[in-house]
Write a protein that binds this ligand. Structure first.
Ligand code: ATP
Ligand code: MG
Length: 404
C-alpha cells in the first residue's frame, strides 16, 4: 500500500498564489485611492468607487460612529435616495453596523432583511447574498464601519479576504483621521490668521483712531476759545493723521501688516517717541544702546507694536510725567524697556476682559518673538515693561542683513 501523503496539488497552490496577489493588488489600489489629496468627501468617493469595482460589490457605504452612540452614513454607492434618507442615522445598539462600530470585528449577514426591517423599506431592489460589515479603525479606536452588499459570498473570494477587509478598514480609518486632523489644522490656521488680523487692527488702525480722537478734542477746545490759528493747526494734523490711517488701512488690506520704515526699526521708534512726546506733553527719553540691529522684518514689527501699545497705554491710563524707552543688546539677547512714573496698575490681570486687549496682544507678540515680557507695577509707583528676546544673527552678507 502506498504511504498516505498530503502534498498540495500544484493547481491549488497556483490558485492561492493568484488570490494572494489579487489581495495585495486590492490593498495597493485602496491605499493609492486613499492617499490622493482632497477633501474627506472626495476621498470616500474615490475609495467606494475603487472598492466596489475591486470586489464586485453591488453597493457599499461608510458609516461613522457619533458621540451620542449612533452611526451616521457619510458616503455610499448604489443605494437609492429614499434608502439613504431613512438610513442616515441609526442607533448603534440594534444591528451589525452598530455592533461592529462599538465592539469591532467583521460581521457577515445573509441578505439585508434585518436592515430593511429597521429602515422600513428594502435596502436594494433585489436583495444581495451577503451584507458585510467591517470596522473602520484608527489605532485602537473604532471610528465606524464600512458595508459591502455582495452577490458573491465572501468565502468564495478566498480565505484571506476577511483579513484583507479588516486591513482596508484600517487604511480607511487612517485616511479619515488624517483628513480630520488636516481640517482641524486648517480651522486652527484660520483662527490664528483672524487673531493676527485682529491684533494688527488693534495696534495700527485703532491706535490711529485714538490719536485722532485726541486731536479732535484739541480742535474742539481751540474752536471754543475761538483760537483760529490753533484750530487750523489741529485741523491740519487731523487731516494728516487721517491720511496716515487711510494708508495704514490700505497696507493692512494688502499685507495684513504694516511695514517698518525703510530706514529701520530704530529711526521708526525714534519717530514714534518724538511724536508721543509732542502730542502728550510727557517728557520722554529714548536711548538706543544697540549696535547694529539684526532683526527680521517680522521681529521688527513685533517689537515696534509692543512698544507702541506700551506708549499708548501710558498716554491713556498712566497720567505719567516722565517716560523712558531703552533699547539694548548683548550679542543675541535684546532688551526693550519702557518705564513711566504714572499711577501704576491696580493689578495686572492675566485675563483682562476682551475690550482690554493691549496687554494680551503684547504677550502674544512676545510669544512670537519667543521672548519674555515682564510687567512690573505698583499703584502710585509707575509701570515698567521689560521685553527680552533672543535673535541670532541673520544669515546672508552682513551688509544686507544689518539694519539700525
Ligand atoms: N502704563 C500704564 N499705567 C497705568 N495703567 C496701565 C498702564 N498700562 C496698562 N494699564 C492698565 O491696564 C489695563 C489693560 O491695558 P490694555 O492695554 O490691555 O487695555 P486697554 O488699554 O484698556 O484697552 P486696549 O489696549 O484694548 O485699547 C488698562 O485698562 C489700564 O487700566
Ligand atoms: Mg491698551
Amino acid at each position: 500500500m502506498q504511504e498516505p501523503t498530503s502534498p498540495k496539488p500544484a493547481q491549488t497552490q497556483a490558485v492561492r498564489l493568484a488570490r494572494k496577489t489579487q489581495s495585495l493588488d486590492i490593498l495597493y489600489e485602496i491605499a493609492t485611492s486613499l492617499s490622493q489629496p482632497g477633501s474627506l468627501e472626495q476621498l470616500l468617493d474615490g475609495f467606494l468607487d475603487t472598492f466596489i469595482e475591486l470586489v464586485d460589490a453591488r453597493a457599499a457605504s461608510v458609516r461613522l460612529a457619533t458621540a451620542d452612540g449612533q452611526t451616521r452614513l457619510i458616503a455610499s454607492r448604489g443605494l437609492a435616495p429614499e434608502v439613504l434618507e431613512r438610513d442616515r442615522l441609526m442607533p448603534a445598539g440594534g444591528c451589525p453596523c452598530g455592533w461592529a462600530a462599538s465592539e469591532g470585528g467583521l460581521r457577515i449577514q445573509r441578505g439585508t432583511a434585518p436592515c430593511a426591517a429597521l429602515i422600513g423599506r428594502p435596502m436594494l431592489e433585489r436583495d444581495c447574498t451577503e451584507f458585510v460589515v467591517v470596522p473602520v479603525q484608527y489605532q485602537d479606536r473604532i471610528l465606524g464601519v464600512y458595508n459591502l452588499f455582495l452577490d458573491r459570498p465572501l468565502a468564495a473570494m478566498g480565505e484571506d479576504m476577511p483579513d484583507l477587509l479588516i486591513s482596508v478598514g484600517r487604511h480607511l480609518g487612517l485616511a479619515i483621521e488624517k483628513a480630520r486632523l488636516e481640517s482641524e489644522a486648517r480651522r486652527f490656521a484660520i483662527m490664528e490668521e483672524r487673531n493676527i488680523i485682529g491684533n494688527e487692527l488693534h495696534d495700527s488702525l485703532a491706535q490711529s483712531l485714538i490719536g485722532m480722537r485726541l486731536q479732535l478734542k484739541l480742535l474742539g477746545e481751540s474752536l471754543e476759545r475761538k483760537d483760529i490759528g490753533a484750530a487750523q493747526y489741529e485741523a491740519t494734523r487731523l487731516r494728516r493723521a487721517m491720511t496716515q490711517a487711510n494708508a495704514d488701512l490700505r497696507d493692512l488690506l494688502t499685507n495684513y501688516r504694516l511695514k517698518i520704515d525703510e530706514a529701520g526699526l530704530v529711526p521708526t521708534i525714534a519717530n514714534l517717541v518724538e511724536r508721543f512726546g509732542r502730542e502728550t506733553g510727557i517728557e520722554v527719553y529714548f536711548q538706543n544702546d544697540c549696535g547694529a540691529l539684526a532683526l527680521t522684518p517680522a521681529q521688527e514689527i513685533q517689537v515696534f507694536y509692543i512698544l507702541q501699545e506700551a506708549l499708548t497705554n501710558i498716554r491713556k491710563h498712566s497720567g505719567a510725567h516722565n517716560v523712558r524707552v531703552l533699547l539694548n543688546n548683548e550679542d543675541d539677547l535684546y532688551t526693550v524697556l519702557i518705564e513711566d512714573d504714572g499711577l501704576g496698575m491696580a493689578g495686572i490681570a492675566e485675563n483682562m476682559p476682551v475690550e482690554h486687549a493691549g496687554l494680551a496682544i503684547m504677550r502674544e507678540r512676545t510669544e512670537r518673538l519667543q521672548g519674555q515680557i515682564v510687567i512690573e507695577s505698583e499703584p502710585g509707583e509707575g509701570t515698567r515693561i521689560v521685553l527680552i528676546f533672543n535673535a541670532p544673527p541673520l544669515a546672508g552678507p552682513p551688509a544686507a542683513a544689518v539694519r539700525g
